[in-house]
Design a protein around this ligand. Sequence first.
Ligand code: HEC
Ligand code: HEC
Ligand code: HEC
Ligand code: HEC
Ligand code: HEC
Length: 185
Amino acid sequence: MQRQWILGAVALVATAGTLAFVSAQDPAATSEAAPAAPVAQAPNPQPIQFPHNTHAGTYQIDCQYCHFSAERSVDAGIPPVSTCMGCHTMIPGAQQPQEVAKIREYYDAGESIPWVRIHKVADHVHFPHMRHINAGLACQQCHGQVQEMGVLVEPDEAWGKGKMGWCISCHVEQDVNRDCTVCHY
Ligand code: HEC
Ligand code: HEC
Ligand code: HEC
Ligand code: HEC
Ligand code: HEC
């Protein structure tokens, strides 16, 4: 009985996965999905309405193509304007060309884009991305389903508000070192 239920659940997950894959590939589904995405819900404080769902969802650009230092450094890193220009010289944007046009303005002015930082732990806390990525954790485990999000405004529930209890409970679960000095300078 229980075994059947588990098999059913596995089949369901597999089907949902396939459907998500199909709809991500289907251009018709994409153009329907885009206006409904949170991208449309301005205003928010970001200087450019950068849609994660378009890049990491629809076009399946790898997280680390942009957050290039996550597996080798403490910070995951935010891509420089030149990374954006690498594609947007050719791609003016069919939905929000005015947002794409801002990229060129920053680029021509030689300025970096003043993104508003969303995830931040207290200054006395040490959080090394590379240790977590190299241990096999997915970005989504701490940041939620970013590839389905429009413009990022606040942390997902998955982030645990950057509280000590959140860090500790996963370290207990995964049997990781919990000495005070591991996380505190
Ligand atoms: C095309 C480049 C690009 C890709 C691909 C991309 N991101 Fe981002 N990401 C950005 C930019 C630019 C920002 C800063 C603006 C913002 O916060 O939305 C950002 C911000 C973030 C932030 C918030 C940073 C903060 O301020 O705290 C998280 C978390 C994040 N990305 C995770 C991901 C994950 C997970 C993926 C893959 C599913 C991903 N990103 C794919 C460009 C990208
Ligand atoms: C690997 C290629 C690639 C990179 C790198 C990239 N983009 Fe994009 N971006 C795209 C594609 C493809 C679209 C969808 C364009 C469309 O549907 O017309 C898009 C769409 C957008 C849109 C929405 C515009 C629209 O009309 O859909 C914005 C805003 C945007 N990108 C900003 C950025 C910023 C800012 C960066 C750098 C942090 C960046 N992009 C990096 C490929 C890229
Ligand atoms: C174990 C939890 C965890 C995982 C896994 C994780 N992050 Fe983070 N992320 C955090 C925390 C905590 C912060 C805040 C760090 C700080 O303030 O020093 C953060 C901050 C960020 C930031 C903003 C500042 C920076 O580091 O540049 C980005 C971007 C980001 N994460 C992207 C990613 C991406 C992309 C992945 C997957 C490759 C990922 N994160 C995996 C917990 C995580
Ligand atoms: C979802 C699970 C998870 C969460 C949440 C998490 N960690 Fe970790 N942490 C790990 C794993 C797994 C390792 C890797 C241990 C290894 O390298 O074998 C690790 C390693 C570390 C290390 C390196 C430990 C050492 O022995 O040097 C530090 C420092 C750390 N985490 C800090 C934090 C902080 C600070 C937070 C909260 C802001 C946090 N972690 C949240 C799972 C997590
Ligand atoms: C796995 C990482 C981790 C470990 C291990 C850890 N802490 Fe923390 N600690 C944090 C984080 C993250 C915060 C920031 C919480 C916040 O900003 O709300 C914090 C905050 C604190 C604070 C400030 C008060 C507060 O709640 O914000 C104190 C004091 C503290 N920790 C003491 C300790 C002591 C003592 C130990 C060892 C018994 C310890 N911590 C072990 C991650 C850790």
